[in-house]
Design a protein around this ligand. Structure first.
Ligand code: NAD
Length: 479
């Protein structure tokens, strides 16, 4: 079993102030795979103090130098991709091939996009031709606490660290206690890249401990959080006393609206998208809304596709899906599948219990419910497992009403070959992102949600701006 008790503070690996062991569980086997320490207030304070001390010099470092360090980080990140992939598969259960391509790939993608955005970003610019003595200066927010979840660990860590570093913020990362190992590899990359001591710090811990110590800390200027809506609310409340800037990337319950004229791969694509990462994506297309003329056929196809999805150990190569992250999530998903049955949705694939052949591991059967309505629990709550909910609709208006009838607003999806209708839908769906006909968003596009899916945008220019204050100067000397 790996022993990884140290934290990365002020440019060094240091022992925790108090031993506080926590076992990381391999969800494929239910066995402990590593022991880490959960930080206490003394560790949090040490990390925040290091970040605070490093801030003035880092903020004053020319942006070209900060960009050069992130370029170096990207180079090391790509070289150490296999270590990151192995860590993620072991601790959170993403199948190794998918870890190598999607989980690790997401991190390179975000770092690269930040570099492109930063090179074109005017950190210091005139207000306009009408006001030659006015200057707009984009300046780092300060010390940023970065709190990340376990489901797309490198995606979320790079989205925060890459932007904060370029913006000139110093930071304390608290990764999920469920998936700390990849974050510790990432800290090694930051160390090798040569960021000045104190710019990047990592303290392991849980939400009630290090998480809330960070969100309430008077020397933390900003919290950037990704995770559950529940924790997002708790963080917002705790951060209110010090009026910190709070960025939130929360849950979702995306609709995938499939019109009768959709391309013939639309249903299959939607099911596979739902099952990817074992359904543990905030932007999963978890409600499939299908127009009545093709509904019966869509249900049949969805069941077939779900039945063809194989399940397996995360460290095995192949195209299977892995387990869900832990026992708590497994139980939550089982409870929601039971709820779907009890509330009268029609189970057409999967169901309760482990898939055939498994008596261990947090494996879930790829599951499809048909004939649901939007008031059922499985249509309202984020399940965060490989469970799809299908709902029929008749008209475009009805589809819009169902899609928008949710407390969430992260990503919605539209499948139709009628371009005018697709664009109409894109305008009225209340979500931070809309993806149509299987096209995802391009490099530099912002990620984030409306309503209870969050506040703020990550990635590209918008991600950089999130870690920047806008300073307006009048009377700027032009000579
Ligand atoms: P969580 O929100 O509890 O944990 C995410 C991160 O926040 C972890 O680092 C955790 O330690 C920390 N945290 C938890 N409570 C905190 C608090 N009060 N103050 C500060 N930090 C806190 O999520 P989870 O328990 O890992 O997963 C539960 C549910 O969250 C899932 O079922 C899913 O619905 C949702 N989730 C969403 C996303 C997303 O990307 N939107 C990611 C992970 C989980």
């Amino acid at each position: 079993m790996l022993e990884k008790r140290e934290f990365y503070i002020n440019g060094k690996w240091v022992a925790p102030a108090v031993a506080n062991d926590f076992h990381v569980i391999n969800p494929s086997t239910e066995e402990p795979c590593a022991v880490i320490s959960l930080g206490t207030e003394a560790d949090t304070n040490a990390a925040v103090a290091a970040a605070k001390a490093a801030f003035p010099a880092w903020m004053a470092t020319p942006v070209a130098e900060r960009i050069a360090l992130v370029e170096k980080l990207l180079e090391i990140y790509n070289r150490r991709g296999e270590d990151l992939a192995q860590a993620m598969s072991l601790e959170m259960g993403a199948p190794i091939d998918m870890s190598r391509t999607q989980q690790v790939g997401a991190g390179s993608w975000h770092l690269k996009n930040f570099l492109t955005a930063a090179k074109n970003f005017e950190f210091d610019r005139p207000l306009g031709d009408h006001a030659p003595n006015d200057r707009i200066i984009y300046e780092a927010v300060g010390v940023a606490a970065l709190i990340t979840p376990w489901n797309w660990p490198m995606n979320q860590i790079t989205l925060k660290v890459g932007a904060a570093a370029i913006a000139g913020c110093t930071m304390v990362l608290k990764p999920s206690e469920q998936s700390p190992l990849n974050a510790m590899v990432f800290a090694e990359l930051m160390d090798e890249a040569g960021f000045p001591a104190g710019v990047f710090n990592l303290v392991n811990g849980d939400g009630a401990g290090v998480g809330s110590q960070l969100s309430g800390h008077p020397d933390v200027d900003m919290v950037s959080f990704t995770g559950s809506t529940r924790a997002g609310i708790a963080i917002s409340k705790n951060a209110a006393d010090t009026l910190k800037k709070v960025h939130l990337e929360l849950g979702g319950k995306g609709a995938n609206v499939i019109f009768a004229d959709a391309d013939d791969k639309a249903v299959k694509r939607g099911v596979l998208h739902m099952m990817n990462n074992t359904g543990q994506s905030c932007n999963a297309p978890s409600r499939m809304l299908v127009q009545r003329p093709i509904y019966d056929q869509a249900v049949e196809t969805a069941a077939e596709v779900a039945n063809s999805v194989t399940v397996g150990n995360a460290l095995d190569e192949g195209r299977h899906i892995g387990p869900v992250v832990n026992e708590l999530q497994w139980n939550k998903i089982q409870g929601l599948i039971q709820k779907g049955i009890d509330e009268g949705a029609r189970l057409v694939a999967g169901g309760l219990g482990r898939p055939e052949g498994f008596n261990k591991g947090y494996f879930v059967r790829p599951t499809v419910f048909a004939d649901a309505n939007n008031q059922m629990t499985i249509a309202r709550e984020e399940i965060f497992g490989p469970v799809l909910t299908m709902i029929p609709f008749d008209t475009e208006e009805e589809a819009i009403e169902i899609a928008n009838d949710t407390p969430y607003g992260l990503t919605n999806y539209v499948q139709t070959q009628d371009g005018a209708r697709a664009n109409r839908m894109a305008r009225v769906l209340r979500s931070g992102m809309v993806e149509m006909n299987g096209k995802s968003r391009s490099a530099g596009s912002p990620f984030g949600g409306m309503k209870q899916s969050g506040k703020g945008r990550e990635g590209g220019v918008w991600g950089l701006e999130d870690f920047l204050e806008v300073k307006a100067v009048g009377g700027w000397a032009t000579e």
